[in-house]
Design a protein around this ligand. Sequence first.
Ligand code: 5GP
Length: 193
Amino acid sequence: MNFLEERIIKDGIVKTGNVLKVDSFLNHQMDISLIEEIAREFKRRFANKTVTKVLTIEASGIGIAAFVAREFGVPMVFAKKSKSVNIDGDMFVAEVESFTHKNRNQVIVSKKFLHEGERVLIIDDFLANGCALQGLISIAESAGCVVEGCGIVIEKGFQYGGRAIRNLGYQIESLAIVDAMDAENGTITFREQ
Ligand code: 5GP
């Protein structure tokens, strides 16, 4: 087991509805030493890539992506969720359905902050059905950026997002892949990587 899997076993809580709660160390209270280690691991896994920008989505991705951006020495930009339908032409827009909140949001990035030819590393805390990641890929590509890869902290391998997006040819590096979890007895099974 790697450092993250050990922490998930120790402090993660399996909820009904295929939700893994990691809010004591990852996406509410944040263990900064752990986030630093996560960021170093993404740097190692994408060491052969040229990255000019890190892209994520608010809110939970921001804290993690900030540390990853520092490892690469590049800026980080996060897509904002917006309920407004009146988005002007200065924004790249994608429609994203939230797995946890079961609602749809438009997510937007200002055209000022993503430019043609930029090489983007996408970071997020979770990958489930892949809607958030696909929205971010779509925004990066509408901007004419190259998606160098996607770094995910926890992938739920029993949901289809990872397989679907890998099949499109994107490199996804997930630091922990949960292949099964059981809310009744709290067990979590990781994929061997
Ligand atoms: P997707 O779009 O891949 O279906 O879901 C990804 C997004 O939903 C992530 O940005 C994350 O915030 C949230 N999410 C999905 N599954 C879980 C989960 O099991 N636990 C938590 N805490 N968030 C999740």
